[in-house]
Design a protein around this ligand. Structure first.
Ligand code: FES
Length: 149
């Protein structure tokens, strides 16, 4: 016997499936790589035109993105995008990671509704900021001591 709450949950899921792919829903409900990181090698923080912010932390080992984590105060789709983007980024070289685009995130999620495609752009732009931060710190490592993250 199912409770009214379970029935309501199922109705919400049926509704979500009309708009979002299973992959997108899965990453929104079970985000991968969620959270901040101590002593990150690269950090990016971007606020999109919608007013939502994403932060990404990177741990680089032997010029490979060993770890990538994210946080966002944005919509459910931004959680899916950050989760998928960090999955795509992990294990990539710096130059490969710099080539990850909004479209790559959209493709991996199986697409997003038009009104949500900018959430994938926010994720891709935040990764680029974190990589730029890593590359800048490589040039001037002393700056790390003055960084808040
Ligand atoms: Fe702002 Fe999705 S609506 S990131």
């Amino acid at each position: 016997m199912t409770s009214e709450f379970e029935e309501l949950q199922e109705l919400i899921m049926v509704d979500m499936r009309k708009t979002y792919t299973e992959v997108t829903i899965d990453h929104a409900l079970n985000p991968r790589n969620l959270g901040d990181m101590e002593d990150a090698d690269g950090f990016g923080k971007v606020t999109g035109p919608c007013g939502d912010t994403m932060e990404i932390w990177l741990k680089i080992k032997n010029a490979i993105l060993a770890e990538a984590t994210f946080l966002t105060d944005g919509c459910g789709t931004s959680i899916s995008a950050g989760s998928m983007l960090t999955e795509l980024a992990r294990g990539k070289s710096i130059s490969e990671a710099l080539k990850i685009t909004q479209q790559d995130v959209l493709d991996a999620l199986g697409g997003l509704p038009q009104e949500s495609v900018h959430c994938a752009l926010l994720a891709a732009n935040t990764l680029r900021e974190a990589l730029k931060d890593y590359l800048a710190l490589k040039e001037e490592p002393w700056k790390k001591a003055y960084r808040k993250h």
